[in-house]
Design a protein around this ligand. Sequence first.
Ligand code: BTN
Length: 166
Amino acid sequence: MSPARSTAGCPPAAEMVHATSSLLLLLLSLALLAPGHSARKCMLTGKWTNDLGSNMTIGAVNNRGEFSGTYHTAVTSTSNDIKLSPLYGTQNNINKKTQPTFGFTVNWKFSESTTVFTGQCFIDRGGKEVLKTMWLLRSSVDDIDDDWKATRVGNNVFTRLRSVKE
Ligand code: BTN
């Protein structure tokens, strides 16, 4: 035991202080380990891949929570050649949560569609960052009577794409 934390030969008051500080440390550790609480902050910035094989890169999140990036979808509802497309989004920074919610829009550059994603950046039980999202894909239709069939809905789970060097 290090001399600084030893209570051998200490008066009862010093032992009380030692016991109280140990208890506080234990409570703090338990609070950080509690479900829904993670000490690390989940960060959107970086490269991500989803369950469909699509990849996206998110740039820096500014102090207003705004970010931009690029999206390369692995699939399309069209017969067009897929092109890298820009995304624009915001992260909710209220209460400075470690697992923030966010939303972003992809403005497809090879189709007339627009997709909005909303989700939350989680640290999973294994300590890995994961983005749980839902999306709405709005396709363009020529006739207002076709509006009813113009929006698809789904979910995507994104995990971090790491370079081979890492
Ligand atoms: C289009 O088909 O008009 C544009 C591409 C849409 C791709 C969708 S967006 C939701 C889902 N998640 C992906 O990664 N790709 C598809």
